[in-house]
Write a protein that binds this ligand. Structure first.
Ligand SMILES: Cc1cc2nc3c(=O)[nH]c(=O)nc-3n(C[C@H](O)[C@H](O)[C@H](O)COP(=O)(O)OP(=O)(O)OC[C@H]3O[C@@H](n4cnc5c(N)ncnc54)[C@H](O)[C@@H]3O)c2cc1C
Length: 430
């Protein structure tokens, strides 16, 4: 059966390595593990499990990399959103330091995985610049620098002319640089993970949405429109695209929309003037600006948005943003626009759930899931392989509905408007 063409709207579809031909699940099968969601998280879990000899069926409603993993900025950002002190206060003295360690090592873990399996995904580990959008934000950078250095992150400060030379922008006067950060072609990364997982024996089924999960004689049966998988373990790796298949999971996160645009192909002079040493760049705005080069001849620029189609208001925000950071570009230089969903959690930390024996869910990376999804996939596999919850790097928590979840659309809309206004005031004050 030939499957429908990808509806992933991102620019990455134009430059990614080819996808393997897809097939849908068409029969009833028994496997050790069913993974639901073929993004970075599910693919890493499937790779680790298949490599250790488990039989794995990986189901996606669309195809590998269709979700955020094939649309993201592809920035590898090995840092949480809060200072270590706060994370330890949230998670305690056992899981707090483990969570910090997971973040600190996440960049190297991803790039080592790419090297180990020779994944063809334009990987560049030249560091991540995070710019202060106003004077007040420098304090935040200082606290992050101090706290995370103590936990072993290679993070330094850069300012003034040195920062200008590193970024190619006058928009930021002070920034931190995390050396283990970098970037990948994220759809290629997803497809390459799918390739090596398949080589290890994992079976990937595209256009196979999981519709229900029901107990079946101490195992679990996952039903899709044209086949079922019965297995000991079911792993939910659905992040911002989580639906109601597993009751209560969707309410634990709020899907946020991130939007991006890519420039027309740039001349060598234009291309080399931006981020000349191959860094990625993001900033301290609440409604973040982030950008990177595609490692060929274009610049990608993103922010938060309101619509996955990147509607007119979102496009205007991107136009304003790019001409603030790189005034040499304006609306007419932007070529392709798209958006996707990421998952936001109340604690701004990833969640690992085990709501029933044999069911796991790993999600909620708050916009930093390229590296942390890679880590979470490994942690999910470790749990299946027998590691006890108390020995994992991320604590296993029960489902807790996001406050006012039913009103999240309105809440996100209002929050973006409000925070955008505050970011603008910050920048005006200096
Ligand atoms: C525009 C954008 C830019 C971003 N930029 C960055 C960045 O630069 N750096 C960074 O670290 N993070 C970034 N993020 C976040 C990051 O992309 C995500 O955190 C990460 O890709 C999540 O991976 P995942 O595998 O958990 O989920 P996803 O890649 O979203 O995959 C979930 C999959 O689950 C499938 N699915 C859902 N329900 C079902 C079901 N019932 N049955 C079968 N399949 C199902 C979907 O089809 C989808 O393929 C960005 C996100 C977006 C949207």
């Amino acid at each position: 059966m030939s499957l429908p063409q990808s509806t992933n709207p991102s620019f990455w579809t134009r430059t990614a390595v080819a996808a393997a031909p897809g097939k849908a699940l068409q029969e009833d099968i028994r496997r050790d593990v069913t993974v639901i969601g073929a993004g970075i998280t599910g693919l890493r879990a499937a790779l680790e499990l298949a490599s250790s000899g488990a039989s794995v069926a990986l189901l996606d409603a669309h195809e590998p990399g269709w979700g955020a993993s094939g649309r993201t900025g592809g920035q590898v950002n090995p840092l949480a959103h809060a200072v270590p002190e706060k994370i330890i206060a949230q998670l305690g003295n056992t899981f707090g330091p483990r969570m910090l360690e997971s973040y600190v090592n996440s960049g190297n873990e991803l790039f080592n995985l790419i090297a180990e399996h020779q994944l063809d995904c334009d990987a560049v580990q030249n560091g991540w610049i995070r710019g202060a959008h106003c004077t007040g934000a420098i304090k935040e950078l200082e606290a992050m620098h101090k706290g995370w250095s103590e936990y072993g992150l290679d993070i330094s400060f850069t300012q003034g002319q040195a920062l200008r030379e590193l970024s190619g922008s006058d928009a930021y006067k002070t920034a931190t640089v995390v050396k283990s950060g970098g970037c990948i072609q994220p759809l290629s990364y997803s497809r390459e993970l799918a390739r090596v997982a398949t080589e290890q024996g994992a079976e990937i089924y595209s256009c196979s949405p999981a519709l229900s999960v029901t107990p079946d004689n101490r195992q679990w049966q996952v039903s899709t429109p044209s086949g079922k998988v019965t297995s000991d373990w079911v792993l939910f790796c659905t992040n911002g695209y989580t639906d109601d298949t597993l009751k209560g999971l969707k309410q634990t996160i709020v899907p946020l929309i991130s939007v991006q645009a890519v420039t027309r192909p740039l001349s060598d002079a234009e291309y080399n003037a931006i981020l000349p040493q191959g860094h990625t760049l993001s900033d301290t705005r609440r409604v973040i600006y982030y950008c990177r080069k595609d490692n060929h001849n274009r610049l990608l620029f993103g922010s938060l948005g309101m619509s996955e189609q990147c509607n007119t208001a979102d496009r205007k925000r991107l136009h304003k943003a790019i001409s603030h950071v790189f005034p040499q570009f304006s609306a007419t230089d932007l070529d392709v626009y798209w958006g996707g969903r990421l998952a936001f959690t109340p604690e701004v930390l990833p969640h690992l759930h085990e709501p029933a024996p044999g069911i796991l869910a790993g999600l909620g990376y708050n916009g930093r899931g390229v590296a942390m999804g890679t880590v979470m996939g490994r942690i999910l596999a470790e749990r299946v392989q027998g590691k006890a919850p108390e020995d994992l790097a991320i604590p296993t928590t029960g489902f807790k509905a996001f406050p006012f979840h039913g009103m999240h659309r309105l809440g996100v809309y209002s929050a973006i408007k409000y925070y955008e206004a505050r970011d603008a005031i910050d920048t005006r004050i200096g």
